[in-house]
Design a protein around this ligand. Structure first.
Ligand code: 5GP
Length: 211
């Protein structure tokens, strides 16, 4: 672990369904992978075509999800459009110990729970440049029925409620530029005074002992 960085941060990425969060995170990891670890959530929803168990999500049934809650194996969880989603605790905590910043792509209720437990988590809300673009991306994905798309668009409108609690809003119009901005926002979080005070105090102590 880089001794100046200390323990890793939690990075919460939320945003309207179809905002391009997945692509953005993928690009961030391609360009700065050594700094980050990506948390894989557990969910009770069915896999979409092409999704891989253990990579995109851990796909579990309701009973298993309940068990994870009871055994305190989830850092947070929430219900979203008829399904449950949750962040496995063990992976996240061990990667943070190793000094990796752990990325959680989660919705807003989960984000608020994370901020409550980890005040120095950085919360970033990703939005497409317009509502029309959001619909186009959701429809273009071709994996959801019109009814589910309608539900997700409604839910997207609701998702803007509570966004004031986020640290940054990222308008995702250009993927490369957005990924760089995301990286910079996270790096800045490492420099926050509260986080760096112990390091500074150590230097002050050393200075007093120097001849
Ligand atoms: P999707 O079904 O499109 O993969 O995800 C639906 C929503 O659930 C997205 O907003 C996604 O960010 C959120 N989500 C995914 N995993 C988790 C999780 O572990 N916890 C919470 N609270 N939300 C999650």
């Amino acid at each position: 672990m880089n001794k100046y960085r200390g323990q890793g941060l939690l990075v919460v990425i939320s945003g309207f369904s179809g905002a391009g969060k997945g692509t953005l995170i993928k690009r961030l990891i391609e360009t700065h992978g050594e700094d980050y670890a990506l948390s894989v959530s557990a969910t009770t929803r069915n896999p979409r075509p092409g999704e891989v168990d253990g990579k995109d999500y851990f796909f579990v049934d309701k009973e298993r999800f309940q068990e994870m809650i009871q055994k305190d194996q989830l850092l947070e969880y929430a219900r979203y459009v008829d399904n449950y989603y949750g962040t496995p605790r063990e992976y996240v905590e061990s990667r943070m110990q190793e000094g990796k910043d752990v990325i959680l792509e989660i919705e807003i209720q989960g984000a608020m729970r994370i901020k409550g437990q980890y005040p120095d988590a950085v919360l970033i809300f990703v939005t497409p440049p317009s509502a029309g673009e959001l619909k186009r991306r959701l429809t273009g994905r071709g994996t959801e029925s019109p009814e589910v798309i309608r539900k997700r668009l409604n839910r997207a409108a609701d998702e803007a409620v509570g966004v004031e609690a986020y640290d940054y809003i990222l308008i995702n119009d250009d993927i490369d530029h957005s990924a760089e901005l995301l990286h910079k926002a996270i790096q800045l979080q490492h420099m926050r005074t509260q986080r760096k005070l112990p390091f500074l105090y150590e230097i002050s102590r050393e200075l007093r002992t120097l001849d």
